[in-house]
Ligand binder design. Structure first.
Ligand code: NAD
Length: 255
């Protein structure tokens, strides 16, 4: 299937690792010019080197997605590097409070989680908007929320609250940006094998091999994020795509 995105320009946040990294590779393989935005510049630059070695076009820019000034500067640079912006894929996020009871979380920790996971999705949109409006393609945004936006696991309140906010931000942006022809969707995955989930869940060196439940690869989610910015999904807007192997469809009967 032709995704009709070749030749376009995408900015990807959180592109130095995990889902964002896989998305940068996937977009580049589809012929998209990719601007990788991440706090970790050396890691983003090494992804750029790999993409470039494979014949793709990519550039890395450092950003703290939670910081207004940093995002404003980075999005201006991101728009300049390949002469415009057609797509935005928002993957930067943190999960630092898994396992903590609500009365063990300090207010500053709560605010940091919201700063990166919620403000960090809004600010890149804010500062990419004029470039997206000027796009001659069909501009679109896809965001990684989480199945934590919909279902609460024990001892994960801060992260779940941020992801619930991201889901609603997706819908609000889709409604507000529809007159501009900019679609906004999100993906809500269950566990994905990345440094973030391994860290939060305390997964050891061997990884998820014997974990007893299904786990996504970052490439799975990269494909869904890419599909949602592609014009092949042009009638899908404000949609939370749940990717959880069907687990949430199962009732807890008899409870
Ligand atoms: N891994 C999972 O199981 C899972 C499941 C559902 C949703 N998600 C979400 O997917 C997204 C990507 O997570 P991942 O698992 O790939 O994590 P990851 O830790 O592998 O990658 C996250 C990237 O974001 C960057 N980042 C963190 N804070 C930043 C900041 N302030 N400014 C700029 N960049 C910053 C990191 O440097 C890193 O490169 C997150 O929003 C996460 O919450 C992950």
């Amino acid at each position: 299937m032709d995704l009709q995105i070749a030749g376009g320009v995408a900015a990807v946040t959180g592109a130095a690792s995990g889902i964002g990294r896989a998305t940068a590779f996937y977009l580049a393989a589809e012929g998209v010019q990719v601007v990788l935005l991440d706090l970790d510049l050396p890691a983003a630059e090494s992804v750029v080197a790999e993409i470039t070695a494979n014949g793709g076009r990519a550039a890395a820019i450092q950003v703290d997605v939670s910081d207004d000034t940093s995002v404003q500067r980075a999005m201006a640079q991101a728009t300049d590097v390949f002469g415009g912006l057609d797509y935005l894929v928002l993957c930067a996020g943190i999960s630092t409070l898994f396992g903590k009871a609500v009365d063990e979380i300090a207010a500053a920790q709560w605010d940091r989680e919201f700063g990166v996971n919620v403000r960090g999705q809004w600010l890149p949109v804010k500062y990419a908007l004029s470039a997206l409006r000027a796009s001659s393609r069909e501009p679109a945004i896809s965001i990684v929320a989480s199945d934590s936006a919909l279902f609460a696991a024990p001892l994960n309140a801060a992260y779940e609250a941020t992801k619930g906010a991201v889901l609603m931000l997706t819908k609000a942006l889709a409604v507000d940006l529809r007159p501009d022809g900019i679609r906004v969707n999100c993906v809500c995955p269950s566990v994905v094998d990345t440094p973030q989930s391994r860290g939060a869940l305390g997964i050891a060196e061997g990884g998820y091999a014997d974990i007893g439940y299904p786990v996504h690869t970052p490439e799975d989610i990269a494909r869904y994020l890419t599909l949602l910015i592609s014009p092949v999904t042009r009638t899908i807007n404000a949609h939370p795509l749940v990717a959880d192997f069907g687990y949430s469809a199962q009732s807890n009967f008899p409870a």
